[in-house]
Ligand binder design. Structure first.
Ligand code: ADP
Ligand code: MG
Length: 291
């Protein structure tokens, strides 16, 4: 490859908000056949708002429950956490992260911590399995993300949050199709939340896999690689292993976790998914100049 063409392309990409960590990745980018997207924070804005919050235990008031959840979530950087903290504030309940001990994060599942001498778990159904907790009450909200709160082995609360797609994502997927690239969604969220995004994007994504743990995302990346060189785009701690196992890992610059940025080969500084088909076109043009 000619160093000048590569250098020019890397500079051009950087001007467009794509930090490519070396000319080798530009060459791989030109050959990409599959692009896999994380959902939360990647296809969607990751700006959740709480749509419902209920106590399901007669012994625990809703205010108390919100206080525990908001306090523990103050320690999390997950996109859902900010919504739960805000929800506390807008109900005049001040979260107190300083009262939380033993905080733990379980990527793709949820979090736990001790507050007021109680060990609380917040997360999805996988979290219930991990903490060996029983779910006694379920919110019916088509396409929203449902959360559960547990104390010891029993559910004490439930809530729902909703998120919206980033602008330009549908167009980017269309452009990728035009470049004969297959697309996939790999999400830790529920199947129904995945389907809502899938519908919003006009069902243009070829492969949709939901309810995934970080290691499941890696497994699907390996499967997708059978169709050709595969890029993975994600923002979360839970995407780190998948980003590293893809031929090209792309992290979200503004909102992405430090781990995602470190394990990726390209950082999308602007968070604009539309830059991805653009970069692939640039990479293909650069390759032609070389040969
Ligand atoms: P995605 O793969 O779509 O980016 P994640 O793997 O980050 O989604 O999260 C998967 C699911 O894990 C979330 O939908 C949520 O149910 C649960 N979860 C993760 N982190 C938290 C948290 N801090 N609080 C509550 N639930 C969480
Ligand atoms: Mg994510």
């Amino acid at each position: 490859s000619t160093p000048v063409a590569t250098f020019c392309a890397l500079t051009k990409a950087a001007t467009n908000g794509l930090l490519i960590k070396g000319g080798d990745y530009l060459e791989i980018l030109a050959k990409i056949k599959v692009v896999a997207f994380d959902k939360t924070g990647t296809l969607t804005k990751g700006e959740f708002s709480v749509t419902d919050f209920q106590s399901v235990s007669q012994d625990i008031s809703l205010d108390n429950l919100i206080y525990w959840v908001a306090s523990i979530e103050s320690k999390s950087s997950h996109p859902m956490a900010a919504a739960l903290v805000d929800y506390g504030c807008s109900n005049s309940i001040e979260p107190k992260p300083e009262n939380v001990t033993e905080y733990q994060n379980f990527p793709g599942e949820g979090i736990s911590g001790e507050i007021d001498g109680k060990k609380i778990f917040v997360g999805n159904k996988k979290m219930a399995t991990r903490a060996r907790c029983e779910i006694v009450s379920e919110l019916e909200k088509e396409g929203e993300t449902i959360g559960y709160v547990f104390l010891e082995d029993i559910q004490i609360g439930t809530f729902s949050v909703a998120d919206t797609c980033r602008t330009g994502v549908a167009e980017a997927i269309k452009q990728l199709k035009g470049l004969r690239i297959k697309t996939a969604m790999l999400t830790g969220d529920s199947y129904s939340a995945a389907m809502r995004v899938h519908d919003q994007l006009g069902k243009a994504i070829e492969f949709v896999h939901a309810g995934l743990l970080p290691e499941d995302k890696v497994r699907f990346i390996k499967e997708l690689k059978e169709h050709g060189p595969t890029a993975m785009i994600g923002d979360g701690v839970n995407d780190g292993p998948a980003l590293a196992s893809a031929d090209i890992g792309i992290s979200m610059g503004i909102s992405g976790s430090a781990l995602a940025t470190e394990t990726s080969h390209i950082t999308l500084m602007s968070n604009d998914i539309g830059k991805i088909p653009q970069a692939i076109r640039l990479a293909r043009r650069t390759r032609r100049k070389i040969i």
